[in-house]
Design a protein around this ligand. Structure first.
Ligand code: GLU
Length: 469
């Protein structure tokens, strides 16, 4: 059997990190088994669907490593409407489905407000199609539906607890449960790997497969992703859009690796493993059932490690969008003409060891490309306390007298200024750092001054001194 899996997002305008995980798991499974990965856009909710969203999905997949050309599609659910209708008609014709005109209120009322699902009221009324009539699937009264699930074993569902569910609306259009099954069937899908929230749909869908006379797929329901409060990640509460992580400066490789660790661990004590290792070691059967914690702090640390593992050239390349801005990443505060690639190359190694996400690069290096440092008030107030003027004067004099403008002599000079005043290096560094870079926190000071250069460093010390009065 040739494996065929699919990723079937409903377009929403953003790409949920949970979707990215499912897509990766499907794609890896297809790679491992020499099978095919199909992208299907479940676009039947016309009101909530725009063509550019499909392009957004394709781009997000591309970014995470599922590149165009490595999969089939996109196919669009909306183009299979005829197949959906044919399946609904067939189920009705074979007595596996019946029309029902009960309103939700009717059902709730009949149940004495203890609504536990549809009560089968229309099962034997032999209604034909018509205005206000939905088509319901007649679920078996006896027996159980056992689904084969690579992650969860063999969850078993008692058929008598499954309500007769709607498969088509009164206008004849299929609802998700049926459309999704018909599409999978039409596309020859063999394995359905998707989020756990769909597990309750699975026995119903498996019954549809069986009723339509096709062997159901093997299922794999991967665990729900939760936040630090153990709540399911939600787009209202949590940052869930893959694009926002990308634009903040998470590396695709780090994100991809981290997403795959949600519910799965590579062998041994390792977490950071090469992609090739993931590709060969990942097993759906090793994915566990418990909710997976999306730990943003851990992801940040993870990303930092990936950043540090880059070569200088790679680091410069991945920083580029933040150094110039893109359609979705804001332009940096300096003018494009002020940016100097060589200056950046000099400072980049200092930043590479310190940043956790790429967007942080801007605040670390802006002092080199702005006419004046972007001084924030808090840093100024903290550093420019009593004695700061004296330190700035002494530092300017000591630096000005240096023959060689490099980190070591600069450091030695400031140390002498401190010794003469009985101050530790940290105390003397703070006003110098804020005067020259604008902030109390930043890259190592003396290397920064070396790169900033004699003239600009001394001018900034003088400007700060003047501002202090
Ligand atoms: N469109 C559905 C979703 O995004 C697909 C579910 C499935 O994979 O079967 O949740």
């Amino acid at each position: 059997m040739t494996v065929r899996v699919r990723f079937a997002p409903s377009p929403t305008g953003m790409f949920h990190v949970g979707g990215a995980r499912s897509a990766l798991q499907n794609w890896i499974f297809a790679q491992q088994s020499g099978g095919a990965f199909v992208l299907r856009i479940e676009d039947t909710d016309a009101a909530r669907n725009r063509p550019e969203w499909t392009e957004g999905i394709i781009q997000a997949l591309d970014w995470i490593g599922i590149e165009r050309g490595t999969y089939e599609g996109p196919h669009f659910q909306s183009s299979y409407a005829a197949e959906h209708t044919a399946a609904a008609t067939r189920l009705y014709g074979e007595g596996r489905a019946y029309y029902c005109d009960c309103s939700r209120d009717d059902v709730v009322q009949r149940s004495g407000n203890t609504h536990t699902g549809y009560d089968g009221f229309c099962r034997d009324r032999a209604l034909g199609p018509g205005e206000g009539r939905a088509l319901r699937f007649r679920t078996p009264d006896e027996g159980a539906t056992v689904v084969v699930d690579l992650v969860r074993g063999e969850p078993t569902f008692e058929n008598k607890l499954l309500e007769d569910f709607v498969i088509a609306r009164s206008d004849g259009s299929a609802v998700f449960l049926l459309a999704n099954v018909v599409d999978d069937m039409t596309m020859g899908i063999t394995h359905v790997i998707r989020a756990e929230e769909h597990l309750p749909n699975t026995p119903k869908q498996q019954l549809l497969w069986e009723a339509l006379g096709v062997k159901p797929p093997v299922w794999a329901h991967v665990p729900v992703i939760v936040n630090e409060k153990r709540q399911k990640l939600s787009k209202r509460r949590d940052k869930v859009a893959l694009e926002s992580y990308r634009d903040e400066g998470y590396l695709a490789a780090a994100m991809r690796n981290y997403l795959l660790l949600l519910g799965w661990a590579p062998s041994g004590d390792r977490e950071i493993v090469p992609w090739e290792t993931v590709l060969s070691e990942f097993r759906l059967s090793d994915v566990n059932h418990s909710p997976a914690f999306f730990d943003v702090k851990k992801l940040r640390a993870f990303n930092g490690e990936y950043i540090r593992a880059l070569s200088a050239e790679e680091f410069a390349a991945v920083c580029a969008p933040w150094l110039s801005g893109t359609a979705t990443i804001p332009a940096p505060p300096w003018s494009p003409a002020a940016f100097d690639t060589q200056v950046f190359a000099a400072v980049a190694p200092l930043a590479q060891t310190r940043i956790a996400v790429l967007s942080e690069i801007v605040d670390y290096v802006d002092f080199l490309f702005l006419d004046e440092p972007a001084t924030d008030e808090q840093s100024w107030n903290k550093a420019m306390k009593e004695g700061a003027g004296d330190i700035l004067d002494a530092a300017a004099a000591a630096f000005g007298a240096l023959d060689e403008w490099t980190a070591e002599p600069l450091k030695a000079a400031l140390e002498r200024v401190g010794e003469e005043r009985g101050l530790k290096l940290g105390k003397t560094q703070a006003p110098v750092r804020v005067a020259t870079t604008g902030r109390t926190i930043g890259l190592p000071l003396f290397e920064s001054l070396e790169i900033l250069g004699r003239e600009r460093s001394l001018a900034r010390l003088a400007a700060a001194r003047a501002k202090l009065g």
